[in-house]
Design a protein around this ligand. Structure first.
Ligand code: 3HC
Length: 336
């Protein structure tokens, strides 16, 4: 049986219609996932698979566009033209990532307006990390090194996600995130090797961003509501704790090269496990941030809503332009 259901989307064929039944379609879907094939928009897929993808991709897209705020805060205060140009490019990249991801979510039948509405009304989440303030210029470096570094660790496996449009969007996103991570590392290295005050500023930023970066990977595996099913569907390839451990293992030697210390006295190499042990994460803080009570939750969402309202004329103009070129005119335009 072919995977593409003529019906498209997620409608199960009607019994007796001569079309394959849901169990048969599900078997084809399961076989495709097991064979590591990509599920494409016109393929039949279980409703729950579609919902999970929309949930994760929306949360991811929202994180990209909200993530523009903490760093954009520093564009006007970048210490040189070179740093300003890099930061502007990076913030623009994040907007682009949001667009790829909203477009990928649209292939599942969920429009951007609906997703943005859910973000603005608090019905969908964005990453906890963006609810922390950027207090000094060194925070731009710490975000690049740690936040983008954590994002890459989490997102490289998503390039092999079972859903084709998401996997393909992630390939380009990861290439750009890799540039973001390197610019952050290079910025921190310059500060770390600079004056005593610059070194202290870099260390302070790392101290503040380290633990929230570890929280980006989500709750521990035994509390992760979605991981088991998402891994069975090959949306996620690794568990939250596996990726968190991978990130810690990558960061320890990088911190040494930077001449900076990670703020965890319990960080030690465990010969038996072949990994670094690390101290306990403050999950109460994580839950608080997710509940909307982080240091900047209100500020971020207020700014996002304002930006959306202020951008309404751009959306209207773009829609009018598209209509004009499609030859379809509204009544008002036809009368004018
Ligand atoms: N911040 C906010 N919410 C989080 C979170 C975090 N750090 N970690 C988990 N959650 C939420 C989940 O969304 C889920 O809530 P929901 O049921 O309302 O959707 C709940 O906590 C339970 O967590 P699970 O572990 O069961 O959820 P997932 O299986 O979806 O795993 C995830 C969470 C690892 C974040 C996964 O969704 C994922 O890999 N998402 C794609 C990557 C992504 O969203 N990245 C955002 C990071 S920032 C970024 O990419 C911008 C870049 O420029 C830095």
């Amino acid at each position: 049986m072919q995977r593409t259901s003529g019906a498209g989307q997620d409608q199960a064929p009607r019994p007796g219609s001569g079309a394959p039944d849901t169990a048969a379609l599900e078997a084809v879907f399961d076989a495709a996932v097991a064979a590591d094939e990509r599920i494409e928009p016109r393929d039949w897929m279980p409703d729950a698979y579609r919902r999970t993808l929309v949930r994760q991709m929306a949360q991811h897209a929202h994180s990209e566009i909200i993530g523009m705020q903490p760093e954009a805060n520093w564009i006007t205060r970048a210490p040189s033209l070179r740093r300003k140009a890099i930061l502007m490019a990076k913030v623009q990249d994040e907007a682009g990532h949001g667009l790829y991801l909203y477009s990928a979510a649209e292939t599942l039948g969920t429009g951007r307006d609906e997703l943005l509405d859910k973000l603005h009304s608090g019905r969908q989440k964005y990453s906890s990390i963006f609810n922390y303030p950027t207090l000094t210029w060194a925070d731009v470096g710490a975000i690049g090194w740690l936040v983008d570094g954590a994002a890459i660790t989490n997102q490289v496996p998503l390039c092999r996600c079972s859903y084709g449009p998401y996997a393909r969007a992630m390939i380009r996103i990861c290439k750009e995130e890799s540039f973001h991570q390197r610019q952050g590392y290079e910025l921190l290295l310059a500060l770390s090797r600079g004056t005593e005050a610059q070194h202290a500023m870099a260390q302070d930023a790392v101290n503040r961003w380290w633990w929230p970066s570890l929280m980006m990977f989500g709750p521990p595996d035994d509390e992760s509501a979605h991981s088991a099913q998402s891994m069975a569907w090959k949306i996620k390839r690794h568990s939250n704790d596996e990726l968190r451990q991978r990130f810690v293992d990558i960061c320890v030697p990088q911190a040494e090269s930077l001449g900076l210390t990670l703020p965890d006295p319990e960080l030690t190499w465990n010969e038996e496990r072949g990994h670094y042990d690390f101290g306990p994460i403050d999950w109460a803080e994580f839950r608080q941030v997710l509940a909307g009570q982080g240091p900047c939750n209100d500020q971020r969402i207020t700014q996002r809503r304002r930006a959306h309202e202020e951008g309404s004329w751009v959306r209207e103009a773009a829609a009018a332009h598209a209509r004009k070129h499609s030859g379809v005119r509204t009544e008002g335009e036809a009368a004018a």
